[in-house]
Design a protein around this ligand. Structure first.
Ligand code: NAP
Length: 327
């Protein structure tokens, strides 16, 4: 079901974005089509600002592959990330947002007009909003790269289907790991949740649900030393960090949820970042480059949720509008 939905989503969203780049001057160029970028687009377009939103992948960002979002207000029973993002996109489109599927390679931000160099051409804007989000972080153990796609995955919604009635591991103790362990528990035989501490970082309700789920087994204080197998993975070599006891855990797949890293590598030294690469912004969400703003998961902040991304997208527009009115 989820797979069919994703195909339809791609069909709908990508059919509208293969437009030739327009070399006119935009008021707002938004880079990144997740919840933050799409919200900024809704606000900017509704206020009559000529807006182009650039996205290198599928619109909706990481939220698209979230089976159910339960803490986004307005949906008492929860809503699938896919459905929510389709609606965000439709709403931005209704207000006249232009979309382009292209990878942004470089920004030229000196001067009044800012240039975005993409894989398909250039776009020029008076302001830029960076909403590039983040990507899953690799665990960094032996065998991880070798077995990527052969048992190692970073997306349960995308790949869980292949492990029906099999045994899988999920690594991490945050909201993502626990949520995805719960999702996988509905289709696989057994989920082994491997966490390096004796306490989950995840939301209490999620944690309690996981602990109460019969086919989720939690390995506390445990880290993976190596992923082993032949054509595909067979087992995880682990050890307990308190007892130092080693153990091989037989699994058919392993899903990594050990945090994320921002998509900010393409930005030059003029952009101030924290040591992890997240963009630093002021209270108006403006970066160290005047007229360039950052919203959502790519900026340094305490909470990375769809609701906080939406908050950033709405808030930034007031600052962008103020900047545009300085002209
Ligand atoms: P996270 O909160 O940073 O959790 C990462 C987890 O991975 C932590 O439990 C961490 O362990 C573990 N970890 C990190 N590096 C590791 C390593 N080298 N080896 C073993 N374990 C390692 O990341 P996240 O779960 O992706 O969540 C990111 C943000 O999105 C959070 O703000 C979260 O609340 C939000 N989110 C919300 C929802 C929701 O439905 N509300 C869903 C998904 C994500 P420690 O605990 O020991 O540090």
């Amino acid at each position: 079901m989820a797979f069919k939905k994703r195909i339809r989503h791609r069909d709908i969203l990508e059919s509208q974005v293969e437009r030739v780049i327009v070399l006119s001057l935009y008021d707002v160029l938004i880079i990144g089509g997740g919840p933050a970028g799409l919200t900024a687009a809704i606000y900017a377009c509704r206020a009559g600002r000529k807006t182009l939103l650039l996205e290198k992948g599928v619109f909706g960002g990481q939220a698209v592959s979230t089976e159910i979002i339960e803490n986004y207000p307005g949906f008492p029973e929860g809503i699938s990330g896919f459905e929510l993002m389709i609606n965000f996109h439709k709403q931005a489109e209704r207000f006249g947002c232009e979309f382009l599927n292209a990878e942004v390679l470089e920004l030229k931000t000196a001067g009044e007009s800012k240039k975005v160099i993409t894989s398909t051409g250039e776009a020029v804007g008076k302001t830029i909003i960076l909403a590039t989000g983040s990507k899953p972080r690799e665990l960094g153990v032996r065998g991880e790269k070798e077995f990527h796609g052969k048992g190692v995955s970073y997306c349960a919604t995308c790949d869980g289907f292949f492990y029906r009635n099999k045994k899988v591991a999920v690594v991490g103790g945050g909201d993502s790991a626990v949520k995805e362990a719960l999702y996988l528990a509905n289709m696989v035989r057994e989920v082994v949740l491997i966490h390096r501490r004796d306490q989950l970082r995840a939301d209490k309700i999620l944690g309690e649900k996981a602990i109460a789920t019969p086919n989720i087994k939690i390995c506390w204080d445990t880290v993976i030393d190596e992923i082993i197998g032949e054509d595909k993975i067979k087992a995880l070599k682990t050890h307990n960090i308190k007892s130092q006891q080693t153990k091989d855990i037989d699994v058919d797949g392993v899903f990594m949820y050990v945090g994320s890293q921002p998509n900010t590598e393409f930005l030059g030294a003029e952009f101030e970042k924290n040591p992890q690469g997240y963009l630093l912004t002021n209270e108006n969400l403006e970066t160290s480059v005047p007229g360039v703003f950052a919203i959502g998961d790519c900026r340094e902040k305490l909470s990375r949720q769809v609701a906080t991304a939406v908050g950033d997208g709405a808030l930034v527009f007031s600052a962008v509008e103020e900047y545009l009115q300085r002209d």
